[in-house]
Design a protein around this ligand. Structure first.
Ligand code: ZN
Length: 319
């Protein structure tokens, strides 16, 4: 028996310009910039984390900003179509006004009896705000540009695009412990047996062919693993399902394993701890460039080769 995951841990995507990326996620969406580090596997690239007031699992969208030209991705099967955050039901008007005032095109729809605002970030990554008085594990960011009553409340779901439902559905249900909950308009909705915040995954079928990972696409989706000990059980469960999980990798703020599911989406299992206060105090998250210990002796060279970035622009009076 594999363990069950309660739901989403983080989503990691490829951005273009780091300044535009941070200005949008902090200045527009009001997430807190909780960590500025580098891609541990490519130290010339930043790794940004945006989340709630404490960078809680289930709230963090993270980015590798790729500044080289010609590295655009292409949406298709095997990719995340949209990443959705929950907002309070009474905050729809606030968010419609806020996004439109910044010139962002919004598509407003009803899905499973909930209002969904759909739009794209500066690199074309699909985002949604779902009006759902859902349970939340998010901690408000008191100093943010969005009033706390309207702030994003952690992930609602991700929508994954696949060639056909079957192979990915099998992994969701047989390995990860999700259950088919609803189906409408070509969309299948699954919920983790545990329920709670961020516990939904939707699948849609696409005939667009395999996508290509690059700027403007999601790199991987991470689910919560409750503990390091549980990671070995996840590895066995994936292997039993015929997949090839990675070894457990130390990502400093969590321990991770990675698996390419048969529909083409890269799935990570990430532990809830130790978290972002591992190397910075809570009230200083994101203010300095943090590096894993093994890279500290290269700090000067790493800082010198990183692209220009001044920290997120926040207009605190911009309501
Ligand atoms: Zn990750």
């Amino acid at each position: 028996m594999s363990p069950n995951t309660p739901g989403l841990h983080h989503v990691t995507a490829i951005a273009g310009d780091p300044q535009d990326n941070a200005d949008f996620y902090v200045g527009t969406l009001g997430l807190r910039f909780v960590k500025k580090t580098v891609n541990h596997d490519d130290t010339g690239t930043y790794h940004f984390y945006f989340g709630d007031g404490e960078g809680s699992p289930g709230t963090n969208i993270t980015f590798f900003p790729w500044t080289d030209q010609g590295r655009e991705g292409q949406f298709g099967a095997g990719q995340t179509q949209t990443t959705a955050y929950a907002i309070p039901a009474e905050s729809v008007d606030y968010w419609r006004d806020r996004l439109e005032s910044e010139g962002i095109d919004i598509e407003e729809t009803e899905r499973f009896d909930e209002t969904v605002l759909r739009f794209a970030d500066p690199d074309g990554i699909g985002l949604e705000l779902v009006a759902a008085d859902a349970e939340t594990a998010a901690t408000p960011w008191e100093d943010g540009p969005v009033p706390t009553e309207h702030q994003l409340r952690g992930f609602y779901n991700v929508t994954l695009a696949v060639d056909e439902f079957g192979p990915t559905e099998t992994i969701l249900t047989d390995v990860l412990g999700y259950e088919l909950e609803a189906e409408a308009d070509g969309r299948r909705r699954y919920r983790s047996a545990t329920g709670g915040p961020g516990s939904i995954v939707d699948l849609v079928e696409t005939d667009a062919g395999r996508g290509r990972m690059g700027v403007g696409t999601v790199h991987h989706v991470a689910f919560v693993a409750e503990s390091v000990a549980e990671q070995e059980r996840w590895r066995e469960a994936y292997a039993d399902a015929g997949l090839s999980p990675s070894a457990v990798i130390d990502r400093k703020y969590f321990q991770s394993i990675y698996t390419r599911e048969p529909g083409g989406v890269l799935f990570e299992m990430a532990t809830t701890g130790p978290g972002f206060t591992e190397d910075e105090p809570l009230d200083e998250l994101g203010e300095r460039l943090t590096l894993p210990e093994r890279l500290e002796n290269e700090r000067e060279e790493i800082e010198a080769q990183l692209p220009d970035f001044d920290g997120p622009t926040v207009d605190a009076s911009g309501e």
